[in-house]
Every structure is written in C-alpha cells, then in structure tokens.
Design a protein around this ligand. Structure first.
Ligand code: G
Ligand code: G
Ligand code: MN
Ligand code: NA
Length: 246
C-alpha cells in the first residue's frame, strides 16, 4: 500500500527515467540497437518490483505513455551514432488497447531515422483475440514486434503460430547455461534455425562473458545484449563510442 501510493505520486510527478542498453551485432560488436529500460531514481527498487505493482493497480498505461515521451525527449540519436533501432517494453494492458499503436506511431515519427521496436512478454499475449489486432496495427506502422524472455515460458511457440512477429529475444536464463550445458546449446541452435525459417530475428539477452558470446556466434546467433557489451545507462552517461572488440 505504501508502494502503491508512492508509485501513484511518482507517475503524477513524472519521476521516471530511461536507461539504455546496447544491442550488438555479434560479428563485429557494433551497436545495432538500444533497449530502453525504465528506472525510478528516487526509489531503491527496480522495474522487476514496481512494474508488476503498476500493472496490478492500473498505472501501466500511464507509465508506458511516459516512457514514450521520455524516449522522444532523450534524443538518443545525438549520443548514439549510426542507424540504430530503439526497443521499448510493453505490458499486457498495453498490448490490448489500440491507443498503444497511436502512441508508438507518434514516437516513431518523432524518432525520424531511428527505427522502433517493441518487446512483449508471453503474458502480453494471453488473449490473442485482444492483442492480435493491436499487434497488427503496430506492425502496419512499420514498428517491429519482438517476443521477450523467449525460451522460459510455456506457450510462446503457440504465440508464433497465432501472431505474425518480427523476432524473439532469448531469455538470459538460457544464455547463462550455454557454457555448461550441451542441452542449452542445442536448444539455442535449434531456436536460431526455427526463427530463421520463420523469418524472425534472434537476440540473445544477458551475455556476460566472451565465452558466451563465442558460443552464440558458433550457434548462429547474430545479435546479443548484456553486460559484456554495455550496462543500461542514462543517455548522458552513454559511452560516446564503443570500441570494437577484436
Ligand atoms: O531493467 P531491468 O532488467 O531491471 O528490468 C526488469 C524487468 O522490467 C524486465 O522484465 C523488463 O522487461 C521490465 N521493464 C523494464 N523497463 C520497462 C518498461 O519501460 N515497461 C515495462 N512494461 N517493463 C519494463
Ligand atoms: O525482461 P527484459 O529482457 O526486458 O529485461 C532485461 C533485464 O535484464 C533488465 O533488468 C536488465 O537490466 C537486465 N540485464 C541486462 N543485461 C544483463 C546481463 O548481462 N546480465 C544480467 N544478469 N541481467 C542483465
Ligand atoms: Mn525486454
Ligand atoms: Na528478456
């Protein structure tokens, strides 16, 4: 209840910021995109704690609206060179209202040359009859839709059957096992093949070591994200140029 009241206040006061984490091409470690991750600087808790609360008390659509405004205001192209794609995370309630497509469309126009993607979790897709039309409207505006946390849920293969999507993001829990587990490697290899056959891109999340990055390359995965390449940081702290790894 204290968190709920504080969170309502934070939404009313606009106390959130976005941290950006690079997404790289594993073949040359060049930044091809950034994921925007919400932060609440005044509070010592992360979105893993306050986003579920916001979802429960009906604040998430207000928060998503603020995320879109913050992403427009941060002018990321002035700090992050090259043609990159910005990804933002959506919650289930966002995926069920057409207002989200309009919101994203406005953001996409503001971003100009920077392409826009959204990341949905499986929970966003629980009612395909409601999210299907919203996802189609988002994609019709040239915005990509990626399925987040792939490989750890239970029904996301069905999502790939029912919905046209652009890519999947392999959950960090799977990436973490890749050095030690032949099973994890085979799963990632086959996920990559399956995604390729379906015309989906694959991004591995939570890459922390060179060994994991090498395995992913060997297994045919092209895009990755994780502390090895960069931690999420506010736009003013975003490294001006990221050295290419040898
Ligand atoms: O940034 P971090 O790894 O702490 O994020 C924790 C969780 O919060 C992740 O599941 C991430 O998808 C989610 N998250 C981060 N930023 C946002 C956001 O802007 N909107 C929503 N809906 N979820 C977010
Ligand atoms: O669910 P989603 O993929 O949107 O959440 C991304 C979360 O993963 C964020 O909270 C982000 O801070 C975190 N994250 C990003 N890179 C790494 C990493 O290399 N290792 C770990 N453990 N977490 C990471
Ligand atoms: Mn995400
Ligand atoms: Na994820």
């Amino acid at each position: 209840p204290v968190l709920e009241a504080t969170l309502r206040h934070a939404v009313a006061q606009g106390e959130f910021r976005l941290a950006y984490q690079p997404i790289v091409d594993l073949r040359n470690h060049r930044t091809v995109g950034v994921e925007a991750l919400i932060r609440w600087p005044r509070a010592p808790i992360g979105p893993d704690v306050f986003i579920p609360t916001a979802e429960r008390i009906g604040l998430i659509r207000d928060i998503t609206r603020q995320v879109c405004l913050l992403a427009a205001r941060d002018r990321i192209t002035q700090r992050i060179p090259g043609s990159i794609r910005l990804s933002i995370n959506l919650s289930a309630a966002d995926a069920e209202t057409m207002e989200t497509a309009a919101l994203l469309s406005d953001l996409s126009l503001t971003l100009g040359d920077t392409a826009l993607s959204v990341e949905l979790t499986e929970r966003c897709l629980l009612s395909p009859e409601r999210c299907g039309p919203v996802i189609r409207a988002i994609r019709a505006r040239g915005i990509q839709v990626h399925l987040d946390d792939f490989g750890t849920g239970y029904a996301n293969l069905q999502s790939l059957v029912e919905l046209a999507l652009d890519g999947i993001k392999i959950d960090h829990r799977l990436t973490r096992c890749i050095d030690d587990s032949r099973a994890a490697r085979e799963i990632v290899r086959h996920l990559g093949r399956m995604a390729g056959a379906l015309g989906l891109s694959v991004t591995a999340e939570g890459v922390e070591t060179e060994a994991q990055a090498r395995w992913l390359s060997v297994l045919g995965i092209r895009r990755a994200q994780g502390w090895l390449f960069g931690r999420p940081c506010f736009i003013e702290d975003y490294p001006a140029a990221r050295p290419l790894a040898q």
